[in-house]
Design a protein around this ligand. Structure first.
Ligand SMILES: *[C@@H]1O[C@H](CO)[C@@H](O)[C@H](O)[C@H]1NC(C)=O
Ligand SMILES: *[C@@H]1O[C@H](CO)[C@@H](O)[C@H](O)[C@H]1NC(C)=O
Length: 427
């Protein structure tokens, strides 16, 4: 009975702690690299096994609460207004738009969504007034050579279902929770279109983790709402969650997505051809719909994605004897048998993207790092020492693909072959 166990674990204090860590992981990574402040909810801050990169100067961008949200009924889980951070483009980038959808896990029960509604992942009451734009969002051409002068928007995540919940699913057991993810996406799109995006010549929808999944879910909507003659593509970072059983053979992630989809009515936002088949919650997994996306898609995904290793393959609930305790926190600590399991996970990813690999318009950068969300820091996105495959950074690879300079289908050799990885260490 994986479903009740997983959801009850989500509620328990100990797990809730690590859930917070994983849920805010992009956040934790940024916190680590910038050393701005320590996340009090995390037990430990990850370190890397190479010397940390030089700090980039902060590029702080103010929060805007959405002005179109109220009239459209688009609210965060707690009923507060959703928001975004907007950095205006300039020069040759003034008609180019890059939207980044923030990530941060999902909530699958009334209890976990209620808890989330009291955090910055469920309420704008807790949003920072400004956030630091780094990596793909950076204004610094040395760090973000292709998109530094575009209009750049970070859309905050406060619905708990990858911007895809629907209000019909509300009013469960008297709890007042708002499941308005789809409406948040539509309201903020409206607002950005009225701010000049309706004249865009170039557009990219991107996002990381739960936001990387949202990128795939909303990619064709984004394309359809930009001018017909605009060059529009989507870049999903760390969003290719796999429909695989955990190490005990239980469908932990599938059960979890099943609960998210049912709780928040997400099926209405998913690929309708897929949803028509049995088990609509399977349609939350990119492998079940990525080949139906009409707009060109680029996948940035580590083959040893630590979030997936810690939550999909070896969730805490499967490791009662703690034999995985070290390995799941630091890939260097894995023994030969565990490495075999991790290589098996990589093979599952290769199988899942097999058909997509033949898609001419698609692109990919599948590195062999123990990482997650690699577009948001110069250390992994673009710098003299950042992660590379065939001597290309992620920024150069995405640029080559987006501007049609050459096809990009980069797949790294298996771990530990790539010395340019920043493998995180959570111990
Ligand atoms: C509502 O409450 C009932 C009884 O306590 C419970 O069985 C059911 O799972 C709850 N529904 C949700 C969505 O939490
Ligand atoms: C890798 O790329 C860098 C900069 O793009 C270049 O200076 C260097 O010569 C390249 N190395 C190899 C081995 O091609």
């Amino acid at each position: 009975m994986a479903i009740p166990r997983f959801s009850s674990l989500l509620r328990s204090r100990k797990f809730a702690k690590s859930d917070c860590l994983v849920a805010s992981i992009g956040f934790v990574l940024i916190v680590f690299f910038l050393s701005f402040f320590f996340d009090p909810t995390s037990d430990s801050v990850p370190s890397v096994d190479r010397s940390p990169p030089i700090k980039s100067p902060p590029d702080l961008v103010k929060l805007t609460l959405s002005s179109k949200a109220k009239e459209r009924g688009a609210f965060c889980l707690d009923g507060s207004l959703p928001g975004y951070h907007f950095h205006k483009g300039s020069g040759s980038g003034s008609k180019s738009w890059l939207l980044h959808l923030e990530g941060g896990g999902w909530c699958s029960t009334v209890a976990s969504c209620s808890a989330r509604a009291m955090t910055m992942l469920g309420s704008s009451t807790y949003f920072e007034d400004e956030v630091d734009f780094q990596g793909v969002l950076s204004s610094d051409p040395s760090q973000n050579p292709e998109f530094f002068n575009w209009n750049r928007v970070k859309i905050r995540y406060c619905d708990g279902a990858s911007f895809a919940g629907h209000p019909e699913a509300e009013f469960k057991n008297g709890t007042r929770l708002f499941f308005r993810g789809q409406l948040i996406w539509e309201a903020i799109m409206d607002e950005l279109l009225s701010m000049g995006m309706s004249d865009a010549k170039q557009g990219i929808l991107t996002g990381c983790s739960a936001g990387g999944l949202a990128t795939l879910i909303h990619c064709d909507y984004f394309r359809d709402h930009l001018p017909k003659d605009a060059a529009v593509k989507c870049v999903s970072d760390g969003g290719f969650f796999l429909n695989v059983p955990d190490v005990l053979g239980h469908p932990t992630m599938r059960s979890f997505y099943h609960d998210v989809v049912n709780l928040q009515g997400v099926d209405k936002s998913l690929d309708q051809n897929c949803v028509a088949k049995p088990e609509p919650s399977k349609c939350m997994f990119p492998q079940s719909f990525v080949n139906n996306i009409k707009t060109p898609v680029f996948l940035v995904n580590p083959a040893y994605d630590f979030w997936q290793i810690q939550n999909v393959l070896v969730p805490a609930s499967t490791d009662l004897d703690k034999s995985w305790a070290k390995c799941r926190l630091n890939i260097k600590e894995c023994d030969a048998a565990q490495m075999k399991v991790l290589h098996g996970f990589r093979s599952s990813l290769m199988d899942a993207i097999g058909k997509f690999h033949q898609n001419k318009a698609g692109g990919m950068f599948i590195d062999s790092c123990f990482s997650h969300c690699q577009t948001l820091m110069s250390a992994t996105w673009h710098s003299p020492t950042s992660t590379r495959i065939e001597n290309k950074t992620i920024a150069e690879s995405v640029g080559d693909w987006y501007f049609n300079r050459k096809p990009v289908k980069l797949i790294d050799c298996p771990y530990p072959c790539n010395p340019s990885c920043y493998n995180l260490n959570f111990t």
